[in-house]
Ligand binder design. Structure first.
Ligand SMILES: NC(=O)c1ccc[n+]([C@@H]2O[C@H](COP(=O)([O-])OP(=O)(O)OC[C@H]3O[C@@H](n4cnc5c(N)ncnc54)[C@H](O)[C@@H]3O)[C@@H](O)[C@H]2O)c1
Ligand SMILES: CC(C)[C@H](C(=O)O)[C@@H](O)C(=O)O
Ligand SMILES: [Mg+2]
Length: 348
């Protein structure tokens, strides 16, 4: 156990600072006695870019690399703002961090717990994790446009899948599956169409499976997986999938498990070579920003993932328990961001 947690905070844009304010207070309340929390706030985000022209330069990356972990709210501005076009913030900040710090495991758990109202009538016992590859796929920025703006325009976005990248995330997913009661892993891909990448993913799953005889496996095409997310989500235990499929599936997972305001994630570098980064799955939600309507639970549960990662599993479990108690007691009366945060802290 470290006796000091040196945390970088990027609160970001929109509801980011609102939910991070609550989450950091929960972190302070949850840390074991004797562990000192040292925080450094970084101003990055769309707002900072529009004010200063700075997105994230290499010296900032170097500074961020020195922390034990990063807690991020959400970054991104109004999608209609011309000055932010081209994914300046999404690619230049968020993905730059995930790539520079080699966050190859994008961990996104989902569970339907008492008190949560799922849009599904009879979801069964839903408790699964998506292990989304975080550094490859169509996200790498390998593409381009020819004859831009003409009727003959061609726009390419190449999906990069390396044996090295696929194997390390698949191995991580098997390790997580082996540690769970049901020990089941589902590969989600589109190997009937994306045949080159699909063959690689399936072969790697089959090979790594021989090292984990206790883990059962199956395969679903991503389109069929979306059906089962709605008709039978209880069938899933651990899902391993590529960067883009994982992005889409985890918003769907959030929707069935009580809403995007509850969905947490960790961008993890399991080697420890760089700090891992924890953030809600949701974005900056410009439609509700500044109205204290955002649910901070996803940010609070991201703090639980962070605590687990930095070696405080008991504190993490306390945060999860406090959230679950709060969810169980939640009625239908809307509460403000601050009220939810305070209620969770009271239960800690
Ligand atoms: N990790 C990130 O920083 C991240 C993730 C996703 C999107 N984004 C960016 O955020 C901006 C907005 O994206 P979007 O609208 O597609 O997705 P979004 O997740 O911000 O919002 C989608 C919907 O969910 C609601 N919502 C989101 N979080 C909520 C919360 N905590 N409580 C209650 N409701 C919540 C919003 O009000 C909105 O109706 C874009 O610039 C996008 O690129 C950033
Ligand atoms: C904002 C965007 C780059 C990001 C992603 O696609 O990974 C977001 O949607 C997420 O799920 O974290
Ligand atoms: Mg997403």
């Amino acid at each position: 156990m470290t006796d000091r947690l040196d945390l970088a905070i990027i609160a970001g844009d929109g509801i980011g600072p609102e939910v991070i304010g609550e989450a950091v207070q929960v972190l302070e309340a949850a840390l074991p006695d004797g562990v000192e929390l040292v925080t450094t706030e970084y101003p990055f985000g769309a707002g900072h870019y529009l004010e200063t022209g700075e997105v994230l330069d290499d010296s900032s990356l170097e500074a961020l690399a020195k922390h034990d972990a990063i807690l991020l709210g959400a970054v991104g501005g109004d999608p209609a703002d011309e000055r932010l076009k081209g994914g300046i913030i999404e690619r230049g900040l968020l993905l730059k961090l995930r790539f520079a710090f080699d966050h190859f495991v994008n961990l996104r758990p989902s569970a339907i717990v008492p008190g949560v109202s799922s849009p599904l009538a009879d979801p069964g016992e839903v408790d699964f994790i998506v292990v989304r590859e975080g550094t490859e796929g169509p996200y790498v920025g390998n593409g381009g446009v020819v004859r831009a703006g003409t009727p003959a325009e061609i726009a390419n976005e190449l999906s990069v899948n390396t044996a090295f990248g696929v194997e390390r995330v698949v191995r991580d997913a098997f390790t997580r599956a082996a540690a769970r009661p049901r020990k089941h892993l589902t590969l989600v891909h589109k190997k009937n169409v994306l045949v080159n990448a699909g063959v690689l993913w399936q072969r790697v799953v089959d090979e790594v499976a021989t090292e984990f005889p206790e883990v059962t496996t199956d395969y679903l095409h991503v389109d069929a997986a979306t059906i089962f997310f709605v008709t039978d989500p209880a069938r899933f235990d651990v899902i391993v999938t590529d960067n883009l499929f994982g992005d889409i599936l985890t918003d769907l997972a959030a929707a069935i498990a009580g809403g995007i305001g509850l969905a947490a994630s960790g961008n993890i570098n399991p080697t420890g070579a760089y700090p891992s980064m924890f953030e809600p799955v949701h974005g900056s939600a410009p439609d509700i920003a500044g109205q204290a309507k955002a649910d901070p639970t996803a940010a609070v549960l991201s703090v639980a993932l962070l605590l687990e990662h930095v070696g405080h599993p008991e504190a993490a479990a306390r945060v999860v328990a406090a959230v679950r108690e709060d969810l169980a007691a939640r009625g239908t009366t809307p509460r403000s961001t601050g009220e939810v945060g305070a209620a969770i802290r009271e239960r800690l």
